[in-house]
Design a protein around this ligand. Structure first.
Ligand code: ARG
Length: 393
């Protein structure tokens, strides 16, 4: 029998896919990637497993990949300061190549000839999965049932699930499409499709409304070592835990919300809102520290790299040669990114108020307007003459 490994979430779509693939003659093995979407808290792991089996899967793999996600996917993007279209901190986009990696790995272990996902034909995620899988193993067949099956609505899927006794929670109204992981939450559809409407408060899951947050600011200090966040307020954390911690604190102060109309890779514009408190805090702190320790040319060049890096992640090219080359560049720039940044969280904002590093290139005796001034102002005259020389007629 043909075998397929399905990226399984436990939701309605992928549960119906299990059954649907079986009807196409496949033995289905489900793979649930725990990237910090709240499995084991809100969603009971055992319940997901039994749902997969009830839907017809031969086996359900559940893997906690949160540490690997933090260290090998989130961290490089943070070091690069990669941000898409000025607002999106790439939580969903960063998760896909990791899920793809394990789909391929499990396919090899199970000697399966195919992998499958539950993405629609209109989004970026299908591209990310399929391009990533294709790079890792071009021999694997890739199935995308949602692109070809007959269901036209959620109601039809529910009917199908009921017909085959697939245990799904139909009482749960689903006003939005949500993708969640350790690095952030992506929320779309429903009323969000109306661009003239402010996102309703009930769309946000982990951030408080900035209007309702404390009237007192909170200060936190983040300490980095070679570009890696290591401590909060002097206390060491491993990366995953540090991110979880910052999500909590940031969320309380309404930090990390974004609302944008973005350009999808497939040519469609879509409106999506995001929550990423830890990501917002860490990006701010990291950039602030870099401004202290990187020279001007390196710093400006790195901004261009950040833009390209974000595109590559968004476009599903995580495993591309250019992305690997940019990683080497970024890594080389992080040698001196060691130090501490103090941030002020207040009503949705996160701003740096203090920064220090033993590698600081800031020289007070040069920048000061006070009497400790050591800068020889006479030198400026010659510099300006030569600098402006080519433009004089
Ligand atoms: N637009 C984001 C991206 O392409 C998120 C996509 C998934 N969003 C969702 N709500 N399911 O990375």
């Amino acid at each position: 029998m043909k075998k397929v490994i399905l990226a399984y979430s436990g939701g309605l779509d992928t549960s119906c896919i299990v059954r649907w693939l079986k009807e196409q003659g496949y033995e289905v093995i489900c793979f649930v990637a725990d990237l910090g979407q709240g499995l084991g808290q809100g969603e009971d792991l055992a319940a997901i497993e039994s749902r997969g089996l009830a839907a017809g899967a031969a086996k359900v793999y559940i893997k906690n990949l949160q540490d690997e996600f933090a260290e090998d996917f989130i961290l490089p993007a943070l070091k690069a300061n990669a941000i898409y279209e000025g607002k999106y901190l790439l939580a969903t986009a960063l998760g896909r190549p990791l899920i793809a990696k394990y789909l391929v790995q499990i396919a090899h272990k199970e000697k399966a000839g195919a992998v499958a996902h539950g993405c629609t034909g209109k989004g970026n995620d299908q591209v990310r999965f399929e391009v990533s899988v294709g790079i890792l193993d071009p021999e694997l067949e890739i199935l995308a049932p949602v692109r070809e099956w007959e269901f036209k609505s959620r109601e039809e899927e529910i009917e199908y699930a009921q017909q085959y006794n697939i245990p799904i929670d139909v009482t749960k109204k689903k006003p939005y499409s949500i993708d969640r992981n350790l690095w952030g939450i992506s929320i779309e559809a429903g009323v969000l499709e109306n661009l003239e409407q402010e996102p309703p408060e009930d769309a946000y899951l982990i951030t408080k409304s900035p209007t309702g947050t404390s009237t007192y600011p909170k200060y936190i200090e983040v300490y980095f070592e070679k570009g890696v966040p290591k401590k909060i307020d002097g206390k060491s954390y491993k990366l995953k835990t540090l991110i979880q911690h910052l999500n909590e604190i940031g969320g309380l102060f309404g930090v990390g919300r974004a609302d944008l109309v973005e350009n999808r890779l497939v040519g469609i514009k879509s409106r999506e809102i995001y929550e990423a408190p830890a990501a917002a805090i860490l990006y701010t702190a990291h950039k602030e520290l870099e401004s202290l320790v990187l020279d001007r040319e390196c710093s400006h060049f790195k901004e261009a790299v950040a833009l390209k890096y974000a595109e590559l992640v968004y476009y599903g090219l995580w495993n591309s040669p250019l992305k690997a080359a940019l990683d080497s560049f970024v890594q080389a720039t992080q040698k001196n990114v060691t130090g501490a940044v103090k941030l002020k969280l207040f009503k949705g904002a996160c701003v740096a108020v203090s920064r220090k590093s033993r590698h600081s290139l800031y020289k007070k005796e040069l920048s000061t307007y006070g009497k400790e001034d050591k800068f020889n102002q006479k030198l400026a005259e010659g510099f300006i003459r030569i600098w402006g020389m080519p433009y004089k007629r």
